[in-house]
Structures are given as C-alpha cells and as structure tokens.
Design a protein around this ligand. Structure first.
Ligand code: ADP
Length: 195
C-alpha cells in the first residue's frame, strides 16, 4: 500500500491523505510537516525555513534525507501515503529507485486539481480563520508567498503528472467539490482506498 498525493497548495491533499491513512492504517507522511518540525538551530533547518517562508522548494538533499529517515521506520513497512513528496522529477526518480530496491512500487498517484482562483481563496481563508481563532497562520499562507508556491508547483511539480501518467499509476480528481464528495470519488476509482 504505497500512495502519493499530488496537487497544488490548497487542493485538499492533506485532508484526503489523513482519511486514507486512517482507513488503511498506514502513516500519512507530509514533507511540509517534517520540514516545519526541523530544528532551525541547525544549518539545514535554518536554510529550509528561509526557503519555505519565501515559497521556494527546499533542496532535494534536505528533503530526501528527512523523507527516507521517516519511511524507513517500522510503522511504514506495510505502506505509506506521501503528501508533498515528490515535488520534482529528480525526487520522483529517487523514490522510484528506492522502491525498486525494496522490490516495491507505487500502487497509485492521486492527483487533485483545482483552478488557481479556488486555491488562492482556500489558502487565504485558512489563514484568516487561524487569525480569528487566535492562532498564528502558517508563515507561507499569504498572497505573495502563495503565488510563488503556485509558480514553483507549475514549474517543478506539474511535470510529475506526465511522469506518473506514463508509468500508468496516475489517477486525477477534481478538487473543487466538497471533502466527502472527493473522498467518494477517490473510493470509486481506487476501491482499495475506498470506504
Ligand atoms: P503546500 O503544499 O500547501 O504548499 P506543504 O506543507 O506541503 O505546503 O509544504 C510547505 C513548503 O515546504 C513548500 O512550499 C516547500 O518550501 C517545502 N517542501 C515541502 N515538501 C517539499 C519537497 N518535497 N521538496 C522541496 N520542498 C518541499
């Protein structure tokens, strides 16, 4: 049970990944979350934080180290759902090579797409909700950084749709519908992750 969630910021990858993780009993591994937990007192942690807050991708070396440290743990032996990795073709090739070395492959790549206007609206309202609830919004959930994150997505991550389509594992879903409807659509297309 090895899955990858693909999609721009605000598409709803994390929400669906958590549901699938609970349903299948496999860990949800988000590189964004791993990076936010990285110690900023270390040079790698500090470099990652600066890039994230500007909406740029963190270096492959840093992300790959964090990711593999996590997927080698025993709870990921029977599978995992990746959210935020891979984010470019180099990372996808590194993952493929590692999986091949384990005699494994990806069961499916779940791509969630939505128009930019919807993504902007969702991320900015998530940030406004955090403020009105008295908590701090994510440092990268502001319009300028979000536009840069969308641009990084377009330039570096979007080619992965083609990459995984050619490998025959890509499944694409319209992310503009509500959370339950999207979960249902995913379950219909991929019965193994269904309800
Ligand atoms: P989102 O998908 O909503 O933009 P994430 O929480 O997945 O947010 O990631 C936040 C930031 O962490 C990204 O904008 C990027 O700077 C960094 N990041 C996360 N995953 C990767 C990755 N695989 N490669 C490079 N940078 C990453």
């Amino acid at each position: 049970m090895r899955y990858v969630m693909l999609g721009p910021p605000g598409a709803g990858k994390g929400t669906q990944a958590v549901r699938i993780s609970n349903r299948l009993g496999i860990p949800h591994i988000s590189t964004g979350d791993l990076l936010r937990l990285a110690d900023v007192a270390t040079p790698a942690g500090a470099a990652a934080r600066t890039l994230m807050e500007a909406g740029h991708l963190v270096s492959d070396e840093i992300v790959v180290d964090l990711l593999f440290e996590r997927i080698r743990r025993s709870d990921a032996r029977k599978g995992f759902i990746l959210d935020g990795f891979p984010r470019n073709v180099i990372q996808a090739e590194i993952l493929d090579e590692w999986l091949a070395g384990q005699d494994e492959g990806l069961d499916a790549v779940l791509e969630i797409y939505a128009p930019v206007a919807v993504l902007l609206d969702r991320v900015l309202s998530r940030s406004a909700q955090a403020v009105s609830a008295g908590s701090a919004p994510r440092a990268d959930d502001n319009e300028t950084t979000l536009r840069q994150r969308l641009e990084s997505y377009r330039m570096e991550t979007l080619p992965l749709s083609d990459y995984y389509h050619r490998k025959g594992v890509l499944m694409s879903f319209d992310g503009t519908c509500n959370i339950d409807a999207l979960a249902t659509a995913i379950g219909e297309q991929i019965p193994a992750v269904g309800r």
